[in-house]
Write a protein that binds this ligand. Structure first.
Ligand SMILES: [Zn+2]
Length: 206
């Protein structure tokens, strides 16, 4: 599941655009500020929401993911009813498709240097607390830039773009207030995420 914001002024305008073939964009679901859900594309069908993208070795995320657009210009917090509705939608999708929690990611994670949605106002931490997406756990700081990229690759990031875009995309999601060069906290957080990803995506043995 890939989360986005619409960056449009109204839900109506966003839905119109997502349904207009000439724009070549679409998503499976749109959730407006009041928590109203509109389904535009069947979950089993492909939607054009990801664009050029990469995650966990996959370069065609449109074929591999369900896109959810949240009505928000990216500049204000996401309202409670909208987040509540997102939680129930994610609960349904993860159940229907037996998806692990680590599969809840943002457009900014899979389109490094190109996309910033759902942005720094999105409450990834709260969502992770409810079982959707990962969040770094307690850690001891480590500082090894080489390991940072190795761990980032395990999480799913496109490390071929280099340290800087990976760091930007990672911080936007997991540490939006952190600034400056790659540091021990970034390295430790990425190590924690890599470890959780492996555990989360290892099928339980029969
Ligand atoms: Zn997007």
């Amino acid at each position: 599941m890939v989360l986005h914001y619409t960056a449009m002024n109204s839900a109506r305008a966003a839905i119109d655009r997502l349904c207009a073939p000439e724009f070549e964009v679409s998503a499976h679901y749109v959730i407006d500020e009041h928590g109203r859900v509109t389904q535009l594309v069947d979950e089993a069908h492909r939607a054009w929401h990801a664009g050029r993208s990469f995650w966990q070795g996959c370069e065609d995320m449109n074929s591999a993911s369900i896109g959810i657009e949240l009505c928000n210009r990216g500049t204000h917090p996401f309202p409670h009813p909208q987040m509540q509705q997102l939680r129930s939608l994610l609960a349904g999708i993860t159940h229907r498709w037996s998806l692990p929690r680590s599969h809840v990611i943002g457009h900014s994670d899979i389109a490094l240097g190109r996309k910033t949605d759902p942005g720094s106002r999105f409450d990834w931490r709260g969502l992770a607390r409810d079982g959707f997406g990962l969040w770094p756990q307690e850690h001891t700081a480590i500082n090894d830039p080489a390991q940072f990229l190795d761990h980032a690759a395990q999480v799913g990031y496109d490390v071929a773009v280099g340290v800087h875009p990976v760091l930007q995309g990672f911080r936007l999601h997991f540490a939006p207030h952190r600034v400056g060069a790659l540091g021990p906290d970034d390295c430790a957080d990425m190590a924690s995420l890599a470890h959780q990803t492996v555990v989360d995506q290892t099928p339980p043995s029969a």
